[in-house]
Unconditional design. Structure first.
Lengths: 323, 436
């Protein structure tokens, strides 16, 4: 995985801040850090000072007679921390409210989490996988749900995180302030390939964004179906589970299967022809390969007819029939 | 007589008089395996627990090493993704349910509680032994699950993943269910013991702070553990019989599971740390040769932590889909529970003021605790703040915070318990270490 392209350096302890509310989160974070350093130095400093100053002299039989309580002191060190944590509470509360109230003019993107990829559906009907492209300076509302287990959408550069649940919509929003590419992670453990459930948020100017939307409609032109399928195999995240190299994925390796018999979980066999591959993409639970978990989500509604054709052509091109 | 004073406040210097071991004591009073397995003596039961949790600790530690080994470099090194997922699940589940939760009350509580309040034994010795057998039964189920098809859900068993994964969730959760009863038995025993078996004249405000801490812990064990037990039972019913409670595919609600789970598991954090706080309260006073500073504030802060600890579970769910209003209320209460912990730290540090401090091993551990626990506590402030937590939630920041509190707090003090047994039972514990 190449993380080199994405700028991950922000301030000392935080990634780059690229959303409208990120600066406020960072300010509070560093405020707490400085308060914490102050108290830490005070406590540990006092402890070390006392340890040296009041160390027991060799052979000393002294029974020291220090104070055992001091109500004034106790009051001080209850009241002062209460005041400080209340400041922190209200600051965090205010920032959280900003994150929770979606601006009225926001563009809505429907986010779907599934094992183990993200899909993003745009108002114009365009669907992308593991790649969200947005316009800089425009508020984006994310309407999110899951088709299987709980996931969590995490975009560190935007200070955005929200669980994605299977039985309800969760809603959050952001407005990107800096053009660039940013990481997008699943932050809620969701099974075998959780660590690979990652994507990219691309923040672009409004012209670039419009061009990108148009290019989605024209995708695949000028390529052979197999070439387009190879591209889709990566961009639609098939490759998260289905490897054609030596690494063991959580789904069957597709190299060389075309035209060969496949052992199914129910004990029967089937020949991996065009229709079986098509069915496995659109209705993956119906004929699960023996030795694998029935975890693949359906791509019905995500892939267009042209894209299914291309993927079938690509799997064919991985070899099998002639060998 | 200095020695008499030193012995009175629990030693503070290992004077030769304390080293003297009586001819006959609980280790050699009876012999043979059967005498151990049928013992009703609180110290022997503590030793049984000590051996069991130590085995669990090494097992959990082994999984921790496996995790670190795999993380040696990015990408897959030694184990596949599934094996790795099983390793971190087992590390968490074993350390939490088989090690830390029982080791604090059941090992140290069993050993020192009756001694500290001048009782012959705990109130219900048979219940005490039964709790150890339940521990063994629960641990057996957990180990069975480890060898059959180890669970890969994470120690939190979040649904619907835990409902749908093919691994042995039922045997592990059933093991934890049984372990819960073991913990409840210990809790009931301690509550009754502290209420009913104090020596004549030993009023509440003369109790050692360790006893206060164990009392607060026992209340949490009795009140919170049943919720976990019921939750895990419901999870088992859902998996085994398809009764929809948490899995939306069957009409359930996964966020409900999280509420139930954290309603126990947040207070459980205090089961893990409160006895440690009791140990250090006594240690610092003992090795500074001072009375503890702010006795009542430390005692009441234990109760405040136990009480408020029940009201902050929602801070595990800021990002999870509970209502915004709930998150705000839980954030407020989370900051409130920080105050009694801060009060304790200030009082411990001030106890050293004008003391006569000796740097024997337990005191070094106690000072190490203050250092590490301060980091653990202060990082908790960052996680309590709503907007900051949204960024930090579900990341290694939380893992680090938790381990600072658990390793730097609980495990450090439990280790010093292994060394000294806590100063109040110094003489007793030297008997343990004597023959070795």
């Amino acid at each position: 995985m190449d993380f080199g392209l994405i700028d991950t350096v922000g301030t000392l302890m935080m990634p780059p801040a690229a959303s409208t509310y990120a600066a406020d989160v960072d300010a509070l974070f560093y405020f707490i850090i400085y308060i914490s350093i102050f108290f830490f130095v005070m406590i540990v400093g006092a402890m070390l000072y006392f340890a040296v100053r009041y160390r027991r002299k060799a052979g000393s039989d002294e029974i020291p007679d220090g104070p055992t309580h001091n109500t004034f002191l106790e009051t001080i060190w209850i009241v002062v921390p209460v005041i400080i944590v209340m400041i922190i509470f209200f600051w965090g509360f205010r920032g959280y409210m900003t994150m929770s109230v979606v601006p009225a003019n926001a563009m809505e993107i429907k986010v779907t989490g599934q094992q183990w990829f993200w899909t993003f559906a745009y108002p114009g009907g365009q669907i992308t996988t593991n790649e969200m492209v947005v316009e800089v300076g425009k508020p984006i509302k994310l309407l999110m749900s899951s088709t299987d287990v709980i996931h969590a959408l995490f975009i560190p550069a935007f200070r955005l995180k929200r669980d994605v649940l299977p039985n309800r919509y969760s809603i959050t929003w952001f407005e990107a302030t800096q053009i660039g590419d940013y990481h997008l992670f699943c932050a809620e453990y969701c099974g075998t390939s959780h660590a690979k459930m990652i994507g990219t948020v691309k923040v672009r100017t409004s012209t670039e964004f419009a061009e990108w939307l148009e290019s989605l409609d024209a995708a695949g032109e000028g390529m052979s179906p197999a070439q387009y399928g190879e591209k889709l195999f990566t961009s639609r995240a098939c490759i998260t589970c289905h490897r054609s190299d030596d690494i063991k994925g959580s789904g069957p390796n597709l190299a060389g299967i075309f035209g060969h018999e496949v052992n199914l979980a129910d004990g029967t066999k089937i020949t991996a022809d065009e229709n079986y591959i098509r069915e496995s993409i659109l209705d993956p639970m119906s004929k699960v390969v023996a030795g694998y978990q029935p975890v693949m989500p359906t791509f019905q509604g995500i892939l267009k007819e042209k894209e299914v054709d291309a993927l079938v052509a690509y799997v064919k091109s991985l070899g099998g029939q002639d060998e | 007589m200095n020695n008499a004073v030193a012995a009175d406040n629990g030693g503070g210097s290992l004077t030769p008089e304390i080293h003297k071991i009586p001819e006959k004591h609980y280790i050699n009073a009876k012999k043979g395996l059967k005498s151990w397995l049928t013992t009703l003596d609180h110290k022997r039961i503590a030793i049984l627990y000590l051996i069991s949790v130590t085995v669990a600790f090494f097992l959990g530690g082994l999984f921790a090493l496996m995790i670190r080994l795999e993380l040696f470099r990015p990408g897959e090194q030694f184990f596949g993704a599934d094996t790795y997922n099983q390793f971190f699940t087992l590390h968490g589940a074993i350390m939490i349910f088989l090690f830390i939760i029982p080791s604090a009350p059941a090992v140290f509580g069993n050993f020192v509680l009756p001694l500290q309040i001048g009782a012959k034994d705990v109130a219900f010795p048979r219940l005490n032994l039964a709790s150890w057998y339940l521990y063994i039964a629960g641990a057996s189920f957990a180990l069975y699950s480890m060898f059959s098809n180890a669970v890969d859900t994470g120690w939190t068993f979040y649904t619907p993943y835990s409902t749908t994964t093919s691994t042995a969730v039922i045997s592990l959760t059933f093991g934890v269910f049984i372990l819960g009863f073991s913990s409840i038995f210990t809790g009931i025993n301690f509550v009754v013991t502290v209420h009913r078996l104090r020596a004549p004249g030993l009023t509440w405000f003369k109790l050692p702070l360790m006893t206060w801490a164990l009392y607060a812990t026992a209340i949490i064990q009795v009140l919170a553990t049943p919720v976990l037990a019921i939750t895990l039972l419901l999870l088992i019913l859902e998996r085994a019989f398809g009764i929809g409670i948490f899995d939306p595919a069957m009409g359930g609600d996964p966020v409900l599971f999280q509420h139930f789970f954290w309603f126990y598991s947040h207070p459980a954090v205090y089961i893990m740390i409160l006895p440690g706080m009791g140990i250090i309260s006594d240690l610092i006073a003992c090795f500074s040769r001072r009375n503890i500073f702010g006795y009542k504030f430390i005692a009441f802060s234990s109760l405040a932590i136990a009480f408020l600890g029940f009201l902050v579970w929602g801070h595990h769910m800021y990002t999870s889909g509970q209502s915004e209003l709930s998150s705000v209320i839980f954030s407020f209460l989370t900051f409130m529970v920080a105050i009694p912990s801060a009060v304790k730290v200030f009082n411990w540090t001030t106890t050293m003021y004008k003391g006569s401090i000796s740097f024997e091993t337990p005191m070094l551990y106690a000072m190490g605790f203050i250092f590490l626990f301060a980091i653990g506590g202060l990082t908790g402030i960052m996680l309590g703040a709503l907007s900051v937590d949204i960024h930090l939630h579900d990341t290694y920041f939380v893992v680090a915070h938790f381990h600072y509190v658990m390793i730097g707090g609980s495990v450090l003090l439990l280790s010093v318990g292994y060394i000294s047994g806590g100063p109040k039972c110094l003489a007793e514990c030297i008997i343990i270490s004597g023959p070795w």
